[in-house]
Write a protein that binds this ligand. Structure first.
Ligand SMILES: [Zn+2]
Length: 270
């Protein structure tokens, strides 16, 4: 049995309207179109040759990815590069690709709602509202509840998100009643978190100078790794697609490029 690409696209757009995506983003069809026939969907954060192999293995002919395949206009498909080869392989394998990126960040039930749920935190408002977002939502989430220590939050990041080695920038306060969340790269939301009265920001990643900026403002930052901060949305996406009646698989490939064993193992110098 098969469905049209249009049916899948419309279902995804009902969750994450493309109009909510940032202007620099490239969401929607990356490879394929409304007329493709879909019999099995694989949802993944990233696309690489391991995810394509997984799609082949489960029999998926559509990959719904969070991170787009293309950001810049394509002038040449150079199949000698890893990216060009991957695109050619996807086309050869007849696997379509659809991306829901910053539009999935901007909705309450998207990346940050899934992150909050995974961490057992209660979102009360977005960090940055977006015009036209359903439920008056937007980027990030401000969560409120009983005070949690930095240690408890780090433990949740490890245990519930699976982050092997969270990185912590301690701020001024040890217990947090208001916690900001931003799946992915959160540096641009440091000031917004402080202005919203949050004393801790849990995000995927920040750079050195961003962490210093946060520390100077007294904000604790817990970096969960980009991958692990966004991975909770995958099962939510799969659940969202299931009413269409088609088989939906969640990718099991951990596409984070960071190898935790090198952070924890003893370095042999002999
Ligand atoms: Zn991301």
């Amino acid at each position: 049995m098969s469905w049209t690409g249009q049916a899948v696209r419309e279902r995804l757009e009902a969750l994450a309207p493309p109009a909510l995506a940032e202007s620099w983003d490239n969401v929607g069809w990356q490879i394929g179109h409304d007329g493709v026939s879909v019999s099995h969907v694989l949802v993944a954060l990233d696309l690489d040759e391991r995810v394509l192999e997984e799609a082949r293995r489960v029999g998926a002919d559509l990959i719904v990815a969070h991170h787009p395949l293309f950001f810049h206009p394509l002038r040449r498909l150079d199949t000698s590069t890893p990216h060009g080869r991957l695109v050619a392989e996807l086309v050869r394998a007849n696997v379509a690709v659809y991306a829901a990126h910053t539009n999935l960040d901007a909705v309450r039930d998207g990346v940050n709602g899934a992150l909050a749920e995974a961490l057992g935190l209660s979102p009360v408002a977005p960090l940055q509202p977006v015009d036209g977002a359903p439920h008056g939502w937007g980027f990030g989430a401000i969560c409120e509840g009983k005070p949690l220590s930095t240690g408890e939050l780090v433990q949740r990041v490890r245990a519930r998100l699976g982050t092997p080695v969270p990185r912590v920038t301690p701020g001024r306060v040890a217990a947090h009643r208001r916690v900001a969340l931003l799946g992915g790269s959160g540096a641009a939301f440091i000031e917004a978190a402080v202005e919203a009265g949050c004393t801790c920001l849990i995000t995927g990643e920040v750079k050195y100078h961003d962490a210093q900026r946060a520390q100077a403002l007294g904000l604790t930052v817990i970096e969960a790794d980009h991958y692990y901060s966004e991975a909770p949305v995958l099962s939510r996406l799969a659940e969202w697609l299931r009413p269409l009646g088609m088989p939906v698989s969640v990718s099991r490939v951990v596409t984070s490029p960071f190898a935790p064993e090198w952070a924890t193992s003893e370095i042999e110098t002999t």
